[in-house]
Design a binder for this molecule. Structure first.
Ligand code: S3P
Length: 172
């Protein structure tokens, strides 16, 4: 699988809670490639948390920063990169991902996503009256765009190793 990838990056896209970071990290270890999470990188360069960035500058500024960070990350591949849920939805960022790597959509059902994001409270987009409904709305808006990814792997409630194997098989 590593040879099939060549110098290209492997980029995980999909909604929050799909497991992009956990699966990305494990896939990177299997491939012997460095792993990077774009949200973590954004927090590192800005020295702020994602929530603080949203609160201080708003979503638009966050997206601009996200585009810049991802562009830079993809230039020095090959790497495994997990992106924030909105990255692939932003046209500019999506173009960069399309140019700089192979994209994998980690697709999950609402219940699986909800189960995972419900436990944490660092997602600014879900700070709404009815976060589960918000998540469902995001699914409806974004799934047609995630469809544009090069590959789709289903992330169900199964062992992570199973999902990683599916990813590795998909890129051969
Ligand atoms: C976002 C998802 C988050 C983070 C930000 C916006 C989104 O990343 O980038 O809160 O628009 O879906 P995760 O998908 O890693 O939670």
């Amino acid at each position: 699988a590593r040879a099939a990838l060549g110098r290209r990056n492997l980029v995980f896209v999909g909604l929050m809670g799909a497991g992009k970071s956990a699966i990305g990290r494990m896939t990177a270890a299997q491939l012997g490639l460095p792993f990077i999470d774009t949200d973590t990188e954004i927090e590192r360069v800005s020295r702020m948390t994602i929530s603080e960035l949203f609160a201080a500058y708003g979503e638009e500024e966050f997206r601009a920063l996200e585009t810049r960070v991802i562009k830079r990350l993809l230039r020095s591949g090959p790497r495994v990169v997990s992106t924030g849920g909105g990255a692939f939805i932003n046209e500019k960022t999506r173009k960069q991902i399309e140019r700089g790597g192979i994209s994998i959509w980690l697709k999950a059902d609402l219940e699986v996503l909800w189960e995972r994001v419900n436990k944490r409270d660092h997602r600014p987009l879900l700070k709404t009256e009815n976060p589960k409904q918000t998540l469902e709305n995001l699914m409806n808006q974004r799934y047609p765009v995630y469809e544009l990814a090069d590959m789709t792997v289903h992330s169900r409630d199964e062992r992570k190793e199973t999902i990683v194997n599916e990813v590795l098989e998909a890129i051969i």
